[in-house]
Unconditional design. Structure first.
Length: 250
């Protein structure tokens, strides 16, 4: 059985000075709520991905993966490792489908719930605290599971209905591994495989440039700059490939 929605709400105090009448309002505004969360994160680069938490920072690549998919108000979607639920909320807003999200970060889940309220889609959204390797859902529950980078293929297959789709946008650091090999190892059928490494590398190069500017402005330290460069650029220089995959459970 799917868990019931937890309607957690928090009272937020504006972080803005009283001199600006618009910004001194309560954080009942999507931009303000997201910015507060970004400000509270220990790493500045969360904001570079925006609320969708994937390469490009927008939904263009997800739209490619959704081509020829039949999505209705009856479709049940899981956004696993959802963070602030950007992908789930986007699906609910666009298609009116029921969406669910799981993550281990309760603070991010609180933001996801708040944003669903602000966007007037809370009745379509359920966000629960759970790790990707132990999803609190019955077998054969979802028509679609989507993720960026963090997932457990065995759990995804378990909660997918037969005929359901698994959409992955992720970096695979081993250049020898092919999408077909991944699909076979997960016990799923590969439907779409798009190599978006050039896009991902360019996007992360832009993040590196932004980090250098922040370092020059003394907004981040040298250690954080090096960490960002290592995490964003190095995997691609070692041959890592970034793919959009759509797989199906038979």
């Amino acid at each position: 059985m799917i868990l019931n929605r937890q309607n957690h709400r928090i009272e937020l105090e504006p972080k803005f000075g009283s001199g600006n009448s618009h910004m001194a309002q309560s954080l009942n505004n999507k931009t303000q709520r997201l910015q507060q969360w970004f400000d509270d994160q220990p790493r500045w680069d969360h904001a570079s991905y925006g609320e969708f938490m994937h390469v490009g920072g927008n939904q263009t690549i997800f739209q490619i993966a959704l081509e020829e998919q039949e999505i209705t108000t009856e479709t049940k979607v899981l956004d696993t490792a959802c963070a602030v639920g950007g992908n789930a909320r986007w699906m609910a807003s666009l298609y009116g489908c029921q969406v669910y999200g799981n993550d281990i970060d309760e603070q991010a889940l609180t933001v996801a719930r708040d944003l669903a309220e602000i966007e007037n889609i809370s009745e379509l959204c359920t966000f629960v605290k759970a790790p990707v390797e132990d999803l609190p859902f019955d077998d054969n529950t979802f028509d679609m599971v989507m993720t960026t980078d963090v997932y457990d293929p065995a759990e995804v297959k378990r909660v997918l209905k037969p005929g359901g789709s698994f959409i992955v946008v992720s970096l695979f650091e081993d250049p020898k591994v092919t999408p077909l090999q991944l699909a076979e190892s997960w016990g799923l059928e590969l439907e779409i495989s798009l190599d978006v490494t050039d896009l991902a590398f360019a996007f992360n190069r832009a993040k590196e440039t932004e980090a250098r500017l922040l370092h020059e402005s003394k907004m981040i330290g040298a250690r954080e700059l090096i960490e960002i460069m290592n995490e964003s650029i190095v995997p691609y220089t070692r041959g890592g490939r970034h793919y959009i995959l759509r797989l199906r459970k038979n």
